[in-house]
Each structure stands twice: as C-alpha cells, then as structure tokens.
Ligand binder design. Structure first.
Ligand SMILES: [Zn+2]
Length: 104
C-alpha cells in the first residue's frame, strides 16, 4: 500500500485544517540473536569437537513460524502538524501487506 507524504488534516491543537506530514511509526528495535546457545558461540566455546555430534545440534531452531495467523499488519501512521509541530496517531489502521511512502 502506498501512502502520500502529506495529507490535509484537521489539527485538534490549532483547531483548523493544515497540511500534515505523514510518517510510519517504527515497531521498535529487534533484540540481538546472539544468545547462550548461538552456533558461533558454541564453536568458540570448543563444543564442536570429536566425531559426530552426539545427538546435539542437528537442526537450527525454528526462528519464524511458516504460517502465521495473520499475514498482514495494520498501518500505524503518525501525522505531524507543520504549524504547532504536534503529532497525532492514526485512530484506526487498515490492513496491508507492506506499507510504503509515495515518491513525490
Ligand atoms: Zn497544529
């Protein structure tokens, strides 16, 4: 889904319509994959020696489910007023597979 960068919208602080800037709210940072059982760390600890794997480390763990219950996500947009620089969140998101900002 393509979203326009600027939208004419009512600002509840200025109490009038202004050309708002649209931005997508980030979903936050993902946590690091380096954990106690990480393959690289296992190798560095010298665990992979001798013959065979002694029944350990046969397959990597399932990182992502093959099929989720929901394949799309709701848009989470932030509208920023250029006059008062205050921003408001989108009230109700619409489902979309991928949200992209429109060029120009
Ligand atoms: Zn405003």
């Amino acid at each position: 889904m393509q979203i326009s960068k600027k939208v004419m919208r009512y600002c509840k602080f200025c109490k009038k319509h202004t050309l708002h800037d649209v931005s997508i709210a980030s979903s936050g940072h993902k946590r690091g994959a380096l954990k106690r059982g990480g393959k690289a760390r296992v190798r560095k600890r010298g665990k992979w020696r001798g013959f065979g794997n002694l029944g350990r480390y046969s397959k990597p763990p399932i990182t992502a489910w093959k099929r989720k219950t929901k394949s799309t996500k709701k848009t989470n947009l932030i509208y920023t007023c250029p006059e008062c620089k205050k921003s408001t969140l989108q009230r109700k998101g619409t489902r979309a597979g991928k949200v992209m900002m429109q060029k120009e």
